[in-house]
Write a protein that binds this ligand. Structure first.
Ligand code: NAP
Ligand code: ZN
Ligand code: ZN
Length: 347
């Protein structure tokens, strides 16, 4: 077993604190990664605080992981010591079901081994995430990262990047598409950058008027303050796709109204409480309300290669581990530009 320094949540209402976890010795198909950086996703906060249901404490969050391979099992083929590697939101799946066979391991029908607050395929061994110095993962669930990219700005692509890339591709966003992005946080700022890089005309819907300048710099053409009903009314019927990244309960109706006929609003934000919608919001204009969960390993690799080629990276604030709790509070307040990333050397 390998001792790994970490930061863990011990209770929903207590700050995270330093902790030591034990990683398994690499099996024949495993790689051992020394983590360099790990992003702070709002899902980490939902989980650490038990928003989505009971969390298994102590819980080490973190699923935007990048680092260097420091050991490989004897059957490993794709990685060697010294290579860069990434780990996203899942670390294993059955590999045999319909979803796994179609490269959508995030929907594995048998068991999805999420990176933390989950279990390995045995159904009992807890998984622990990337607020840690090391992680052991099967090579098939690790991503290749070419050298030369700013690694701390690559880390959040492993969740914020793939979660927004996947629906943009699925709904065929391209030159001239009119895309709305609701909420300008970690996911939102990547949705803006990625949609703009694909040629879309992007509008940000935000509750924070102070983010307007940033939105334009990130690649948005328009900015709508979503707390102003008249501003929402003015864009009714104009969007081909809306990606909603909001982390808290809110009304979907103004955004459904903003869609063109036969267009789709995709929820990626995962508020803990249900929202009500009126059937007429969908019936009128034959609109669709959909969801999307991260992406499979193949698509995550495709996204990383795309971002490195196009130089689409995250805008981040690098912090030492001692500031994780402060970063949580600031993220909840929407005061994040636009992703906190932990410098793992400081654990
Ligand atoms: P984040 O950085 O905190 O960004 C969320 C943004 O939503 C905020 O910056 C804010 O933007 C807006 N917002 C927050 N509270 C709001 C409220 N009460 N009403 C309206 N807008 C509000 O979070 P994130 O890391 O991007 O994650 C966003 C959500 O996606 C979380 O729920 C997370 O769990 C979920 N998620 C889902 C997936 C998936 O696979 N589906 C993957 C990762 C994360 P403005 O200031 O611009 O209004
Ligand atoms: Zn995430
Ligand atoms: Zn499966």
């Amino acid at each position: 077993m390998i001792d790994s320094k970490a930061y863990a949540a011990f209770a929903p209402d207590k700050p995270l604190k330093p902790h030591t976890i034990r990683r398994r010795d690499p099996r024949p198909n495993d790689i051992l990664i020394e983590i360099a950086y790990c992003g702070i996703c709002h899902s980490d906060i939902h989980t650490a605080r038990g928003d989505w249901g009971p969390t298994a404490y102590p819980c080490v969050p973190g699923h935007e992981i990048v680092g260097t391979v420091v050991a490989v099992g004897r059957k490993v083929e794709r990685f060697k010591v010294g290579d860069l590697a990434g780990v996203g939101c899942l670390v294993d799946s059955c590999g045999k079901c319909r979803s796994c066979k179609s490269d959508e391991e995030q929907f594995c029908e048998k068991h999805i081994a999420f990176t933390y607050n989950s279990t390995e395929m045995d159904g009992t061994t807890p998984t622990q995430g990337g607020y840690a110095s090391h992680i052991v993962v099967k090579e098939d669930y690790a991503l290749k990262i070419k050298k030369g990219a700013p690694l701390e700005r690559v880390a959040p692509l492993l969740c914020a990047g793939i979660t927004t890339y996947s629906p943009l591709r699925r709904y065929n966003v391209g030159k001239g598409s009119k895309v709305g992005v609701v909420g300008l946080g970690g996911l939102g700022h990547m949705a803006v950058k990625l949609a703009a890089s694909m040629g879309a005309e992007v509008t940000v819907f935000s509750t924070s008027p102070g983010k307007q300048r940033d939105a334009k710099k990130l690649g948005a053409r328009h900015f709508v303050v979503s707390t102003k009903p008249a501003a929402l009314e003015a864009v009714a019927g104009t969007f081909d796709l809306i990606i909603d990244t909001v982390s808290a309960k809110h009304d979907f109706t103004p955004y459904l109204n903003a869609l063109r006929n036969d267009s789709t609003m995709v929820l990626v934000g995962a508020a803990a409480e249900p929202s009500e919608i009126l059937a007429f919001s969908l019936i009128m204009g034959r609109k669709r309300l959909a969801g999307s969960l991260i992406g499979g390993i193949r698509e995550t690799q495709e996204m990383l290669d795309y971002c490195l080629k196009k130089k689409v990276f995250c805008d981040i604030e690098l912090i030492p581990a001692s500031r994780i709790n402060e970063a949580y509070e600031r993220t909840i307040r929407g005061d994040v530009k636009y992703r906190f990333v932990i410098d793992s050397k400081t654990l």
